[in-house]
Design a protein around this ligand. Structure first.
Ligand SMILES: [Mg+2]
Length: 309
């Protein structure tokens, strides 16, 4: 019997120990970001890390692209709640002998992306460590509604931005990592109509599973409608859909939208592809990925688990 704890079981246990949220916490652990009410303003806070050997290898992307990636994985969590980045602090763990040019490039990429969003890098920490790791804490504000994972209702339609599988197929082929999408503008616009939203960081099936459990609903995904990256189709053929539906690190957004608001969505102009892939149903919380024959597909794994994979 494995004594290894699954990532999300461990997190659930920790959250139980922390107990219920009290002011100024409006939303505690369990969503893409926490929400604090400070001076009458809702401030969102999230943290994410990129670790050499886990999320990337040096040859997979330039220092600048690594900096951009560090910004976007965090901005993605804010976007998933309808918020924009405001400020960030960065903790760097750096092996001795790392060239200054690598760190300069990384920071340049991070700051360039931050400037585009009028967000500020306001501090950080640097320590020696066995491998390169970039941990970003990001603060954000929502110009409109804050959308959580808990608002999906039976009858809602499920939409996903962009295409899935880009990063995972690059990792499998040991190719350069593709640039992550910037979905901040799309997230703010989706928040006007979405019941629930999450970003796809650990795989569509696993991440939508969090929405299903937080909302107490079953979500049916039509596998034929899942937007699969062309590189996945070329490399994997018939297996591309299940690969893309369980692949991590896409950082696209998936949202549930009540039917009455779909018309608004069509006029919103997200600046990226949006594909309807399924429907929210009454039923035991979970995900059904339904194949062309109308039957649920079996998945070898639901998505990425940092404590097991
Ligand atoms: Mg997230």
């Amino acid at each position: 019997v494995s004594r290894t704890l699954a990532e999300h079981d461990w997190i659930a246990r920790l959250v139980r120990r922390l107990g219920p949220a009290r002011a100024p916490v409006r939303l505690g652990p369990g969503d893409d970001a926490a929400v604090l009410r400070v001076g009458g303003v809702d401030l969102l806070v999230t943290v994410d890390a990129l670790v050499e050997g886990v999320h990337f290898r040096r040859g997979w992307l330039s220092p600048r692209a690594l900096g951009v990636r560090a910004f976007r994985v965090n901005a993605s969590d804010l976007a998933a709640m309808g918020a924009r980045p405001v400020a960030a602090v960065v903790a760097l763990e750096v092996p001795r002998g790392t060239p200054a040019a690598l760190l300069d490039g990384m920071v340049a990429g991070f700051v360039a992306d931050a400037r585009r969003h009028r967000a500020a890098l306001v501090g950080g920490n640097l320590t020696a460590g066995p491998r390169l790791a970039i941990t970003v804490t990001m603060l954000g504000r929502a110009p409109g509604r804050i959308v959580t994972r808990a608002g999906a209702r039976p009858g809602d339609r499920v939409f996903v931005t962009g295409e899935l599988g880009h990063t995972a197929i690059a990792v499998r082929r040991r190719a350069r990592l593709p640039a992550l999408p910037d979905r901040v503008a799309a997230g703010v616009r989706l928040a006007r109509v979405a019941g629930a939203m999450i970003d796809v960081s650990d795989g569509l099936v696993q991440d939508l599973g969090h929405v299903a459990h937080a909302s107490g609903v079953r979500i049916r995904i039509d596998a034929a409608r899942v937007p699969v990256a062309a590189a996945c189709r070329r490399a994997l053929g018939a297996r591309a859909t299940t690969f893309a539906a369980t692949a991590g690190e896409d950082y696209e957004l998936v949202a549930t939208v009540p039917p009455a608001r779909i018309g608004v969505l069509a006029r919103a102009g997200l600046g990226c592809r949006l594909r309807e892939i399924g429907v929210v149903e009454d039923g035991p919380p979970g995900i059904l990925l339904v194949g062309r024959d109308g039957r649920p597909m079996r998945l070898a794994r639901g998505g990425f688990d940092h404590l097991r994979s």
